[in-house]
Design a protein around this ligand. Structure first.
Ligand code: GUN
Length: 287
């Protein structure tokens, strides 16, 4: 029986801390931190994520500014909105929900967001700081949430073997850099890692981070009894159930600790967005 890493509870604790900090700002007649959330089009999953982010802002007293653009919005329209938000002193964080419609160049959007308002941590300036191990980086929320979970549960990292399955800019790459910064020996696997090699590579891990979006990829042959598993995947099964990359029912009895889906990495990710927004606010107010 594994320790179940309770992301919902941890996220609630972090939100309470942030809420108290925002309360203190308001008592001292400061403005609330502000987060702009841009959604382009009506992708159903994105709509749910954006709604959850805006709800989390309201819960802690962060002011949210939602912008929903039609699927037909031009790249120039989005860039012009971002330029306005970059200049708006009420806004401390700007987030453009991905994926974007195919006619919009994702890199152009990411590059346009002012690095000091880049609460997603996707801008090359912040990615560069992260890759240098510089603590001033705004770090992508999902991998940052994963690290928060490891720390909250006292899971050691120094000298441990970490395997990250998936090399996306949103999760896999920044996750590997964070684990490296915590003195893990890090392996990244990806879609070109031969499928027949994957179980043995994963089985070597003390910490296994699964971030592929392939439901049930991680089965008992990928794990060992001392392993801690962070399941970042979110997929919907044909009968509407939300599941992760890990076959939880089969794997949970074997490993040392595991995050459930839902109620694992997801809620902590949103808490990290609030944390980044508050950090960005404090830095900008101090300038
Ligand atoms: N789409 C999936 N995850 C994320 C995220 O963390 N940030 C943004 N902006 N879009 C996403």
């Amino acid at each position: 029986m594994a320790i179940i890493i309770d992301g919902a509870k941890l996220a609630q604790e972090i939100r309470t801390e942030i809420k108290n900090e925002v309360k203190k700002l308001i008592i001292n007649n400061k403005r609330a931190p502000g987060l702009a959330v841009i959604q382009i089009g009506a992708d159903p999953a994105s709509t749910i994520y954006v709604r959850n982010k805006i709800k989390a802002c309201a819960e802690v007293g962060v002011e949210s500014f939602g912008f929903t653009l039609q699927n037909t919005a031009t790249e120039q329209e989005v860039l012009s909105l971002i330029s306005d938000l970059n200049a708006d002193s009420r806004i401390d964080g700007i987030l453009c929900q991905l994926p974007l419609p195919v006619h919009i160049d994702q890199n152009k959007i990411i590059f346009a967001i002012a690095p000091d308002k880049d609460v997603d941590g996707f801008h090359p300036y912040n990615v560069g700081l992260l890759s240098m191990g510089n603590p001033n980086a705004l770090v992508a929320c999902t991998p940052q949430g994963c690290i928060k979970m490891l720390k909250a549960y006292g899971i050691p990292t120094r000298g441990k073997r970490a395997v990250v399955v998936g090399r996306s800019n949103i999760v896999g790459r920044p996750m590997a850099l964070l684990l490296l910064g915590l003195d893990c020996t890090v392996t990244i696997t990806h879609s070109h890692t031969p499928a027949e090699d994957l179980p043995a590579i994963c089985r070597e891990a003390d910490i296994l981070v699964a971030a592929t979006g392939k439901a049930g990829l991680i089965t008992p042959e990928f794990v060992n009894s001392d392993q801690v598993i962070l399941d970042v995947g979110i997929s919907r099964t044909t009968n509407g159930k939300i599941v992760g990359d890990v076959d939880f029912t089969a794997v949970e009895p074997i490993v040392k600790a595991i995050t459930p889906v839902p109620g694992g990495v997801g809620p902590v990710t949103i808490a990290m967005l609030l944390k980044n927004t508050l950090a960005s606010y404090r830095r900008r107010m101090a300038d």
